[in-house]
Write a protein that binds this ligand. Sequence first.
Ligand SMILES: [Zn+2]
Length: 92
Amino acid sequence: MGMFDSLYVDCCCGNKVEFQSNAGDCTCESYQINNVLNSIAGYLIGSTEKCDVCGAIITLRGSVVLVAEFTHNAAHEPTATKTKNKRRRVSE
Ligand SMILES: [Zn+2]
């Protein structure tokens, strides 16, 4: 059996409906919809579960925003400057 994290959603009837996620570290943590990790939220978007008590179908909607961070750090690429200069072409 694999481990998973659980997101509990409060149904309109008061029941707690569990959504299981295999995303992330799967530390058997329990989350609620307002504190769930982005990795798990992204995994669960579009997931549907049925409430055992009232029969409501619950679909998770939302989005996870990705931001690309650009870092130019010579320490990670010691030869980058040399290579770049060799390959550079001057167009006229
Ligand atoms: Zn319900």
